[in-house]
Design a protein around this ligand. Structure first.
Ligand SMILES: Nc1ncnc2c1ncn2[C@@H]1O[C@H](COP(=O)(O)OP(=O)(O)OP(=O)(O)O)[C@@H](O)[C@H]1O
Ligand SMILES: [Mg+2]
Length: 305
């Protein structure tokens, strides 16, 4: 149930559900998928009871933006961004052609279904989050030794590829280069590494010139026959750490460009981080919504549709 008509918390489309994640509801169209980004938000591993207005549209339209921009570097699964819900008919058999809700416009996309490869291709440009925790403890990131004396949030000389498993339950586990080769084979492992680094480097430079640092991000790949294809979401605030380039300071943790008002309020509230999470006050919801829209506008260079 949506508690507020301006946010979409869940969808109930008359189509087979492929997967309902923390944020997105994905439907199975046979050879294709319909990925719907809702306004759900998670923090500290819990989905909050309230949504953030327009967050789903930001997520979806940013992915579409990056898929279009990086198409020359790497083919991806995007077939069509759903800007007019009537277009859905062309992908559905007659008996599935219902009047679909207009809320799908701007927040959903049709993609080609692929055989998913079981690796989260993480790339990090800066020493932050779980990498900073590991480095402080043992001087390594994903098991690889790094020079001594690096500071929190410091940029690495070169971005690091730190893949993990895609855990069905619980937390993703780091994968060594050998473990990744065992999972997908040597040739694919190398291609995934190269493409992840190339897309990240391109996007990092592009975003930095527009005031946003993409500190790290995660990509997923699938196979179309034996051809590697970029799938899932791309370079969104949910799959990446976005920082405000104007506030960046080495030697401390950086505020999240989009989620910081939410995290700050949750910490202040004294919530013990065990589900259920508390609901946010309207001014925190509005502050977060503004940050998500701003991230989109800075990167895409135009207003959200
Ligand atoms: N083109 C595609 N073909 C096949 N599977 C895809 C494609 N694009 C995305 N997927 C998969 O669909 C799933 C989308 O799930 P989603 O990200 O919404 O939730 P989740 O990964 O289960 O959990 P979380 O919300 O924590 O990310 C992922 O498993 C992703 O790998
Ligand atoms: Mg996911």
């Amino acid at each position: 149930m949506n508690m507020d008509s301006s946010v979409l918390l869940t969808t109930e489309l008359p189509l087979p559900l492929f997967v309902r994640g923390k944020v997105r509801d994905t439907y199975d169209l046979g050879d294709l998928l319909l990925i719907v980004a809702t306004d759900r938000i998670s923090a500290f591993d819990s989905v909050l009871p309230c949504g953030i207005p327009d967050k789903g549209s930001v997520l979806n339209q940013l992915s579409v933006f990056w898929f279009n921009k990086t198409g020359g570097l790497m083919p991806n699964h995007l077939v069509e961004a759903v800007d007019d819900v009537k277009r859905l008919d062309s992908y559905l058999p007659n008996e599935k052609r219902f009047p679909y809700p207009s809320y799908l416009e701007g927040r959903s996309m049709i993609v080609k279904k692929m055989a998913r490869l079981p690796v989260e291709c993480v790339v990090r440009g800066y020493l932050s989050g779980s990498a900073w925790a590991e480095y402080q403890k043992q001087g390594t990131v994903n098991g690889e030794p790094l020079p001594k004396g690096l500071k929190e949030s410091e940029a690495f000389p070169q971005p690091l590829f730190t893949p993990t498993t895609k855990a069905e339950t619980g937390h993703d586990q780091p994968l060594s280069p050998d473990e990744m080769k065992k999972l997908v084979g040597e040739a694919l492992a190398e291609e995934m590494r190269e493409k992840t680094l190339a897309i990240y480097s391109y996007a990092h430079e592009y975003a930095q010139a527009r005031g946003i640092i993409i500190a790290d991000t995660k990509m997923e790949f699938g196979l179309d026959g034996n051809k590697l294809i970029l799938i899932d979401e791309l370079l969104t605030p949910d799959s990446s750490r976005f920082w405000d380039a104007g506030l960046y300071t080495v030697g401390q943790s950086q505020p999240s460009y989009d989620k910081q008002p939410v995290r700050d309020w949750l910490v202040e509230s004294g919530w013990n981080k065990e589900p259920p999470a508390p609901t946010l006050p309207p001014e925190v919801i509005e502050a977060a919504a503004r940050r998500y829209r701003e991230a989109y506008e800075k990167l895409a260079g135009r207003k959200l549709r």
